[in-house]
Unconditional design. Structure first.
Length: 305
């Protein structure tokens, strides 16, 4: 099922036609509160009293026209203004290809630097999402360039890529902020681990590598996973090594494992909910289903319930 869902995410035909079907659009409500910025901001308000922070992302990727990148940058600047006006505990995460990486690296870097400076005014981080492995080097290069002048930037790394331990070691001197996820793209076995057990083991191993740096304040570590058993193993290792709960944070998607998000926040862990929104939701949504095919049943219940 995972491979079928990832194929569907890449299909241009399905990307064009499926979002027009009412019950497909209804199913997305499992993972996103709506398509507009205001719907996302309103959904974030519900987390304020629960002590859960927010990570916003406006969906979109692989632009065909550089003028679209300016519109995306303007959208995020407006979002940062509204986050500040509402006093939300929130940050933003952007895809480099959504700001024109396929078309003009220099323009992309300029947009990211401007957003990072604005985020810094509110003591917030700008996060760079990681896309398919074809973009790993370019995204890491952008991150290093940004860190030279903007310390308030973070990057997403994918545990299933075989190269990630080397990438972590290379980033450690920069005192980075790293959001570690398992990985949601259909990568070849030569590039990535493909079995669930292997990916979980790689994720845990990377956490063990990074936790000592995080405990010393030399790295901000976010665990981007809904695998609560894996989170518990990481927490047990951290506690056994004398590290406090502040050594890492947990980041989960809006609408997924909400009870566990509340539990972890209540136990003193820093928890962030990622709220995604926008009209270009189809490929992102299909990859979320592919990450955990059991989510398909949740989506179907959303349609018929």
């Amino acid at each position: 099922m995972r491979h079928v869902l990832l194929w569907m995410a890449r299909s241009r035909f399905l990307k064009r036609w499926l979002p027009r079907i009412w019950f497909v659009r209804r199913a997305t409500r499992r993972f996103m509160p709506g398509e507009t910025m205001e719907e996302a901001l309103d959904a974030a308000e519900a987390f304020r009293e629960r002590g859960i922070g927010i990570l916003f992302t406006h969906l979109g990727e692989n632009l065909a026209d550089l003028s679209q990148a300016q519109a995306v940058a303007d959208h995020y600047r407006d979002l940062l203004d509204k986050i500040a006006a509402r006093g939300l505990d929130a940050e933003i995460s952007v895809k480099p290809t959504q700001l024109g990486l396929d078309l003009d690296r220099a323009a992309t870097l300029t947009h990211l630097a401007n957003l990072a400076r604005q985020a810094a005014e509110g003591n917030r981080l700008l996060w760079l999402d990681m896309e398919g492995s074809a973009y790993t080097d370019a995204t890491l290069d952008l991150y290093r360039s940004l860190k030279e002048s903007q310390p308030n930037v973070g990057i997403c790394l994918q545990a299933y890529l075989r190269r990630t331990p080397a990438d972590v070691h290379a980033l450690l001197p920069l005192k980075p902020a790293i959001r570690l996820v398992k990985g949601a793209y259909d990568e070849h076995a030569s590039v990535a681990f493909r079995r669930k057990g292997e990916v979980s083991a790689a994720f845990q191993s990377l956490c063990v590598l990074m936790l000592p740096y995080a405990a010393r304040g030399e790295l901000r570590l976010g665990l981007g996973t809904h695998d609560t058993a894996l989170i518990e193993r990481v927490a047990e290792y951290a506690a056994g090594a004398g590290m406090g709960k502040e050594a890492f944070e947990v980041e989960m998607l809006y609408g997924i494992r909400a009870d566990q998000q509340l539990r972890l926040a209540g136990e003193g862990y820093r928890v962030l909910t990622l709220i995604a929104y926008g009209e270009a939701w189809y490929p992102w949504y299909m990859r979320r289903l592919a990450e955990r095919p059991a989510n398909v049943w949740f989506a179907l219940r959303q349609v018929f319930g």
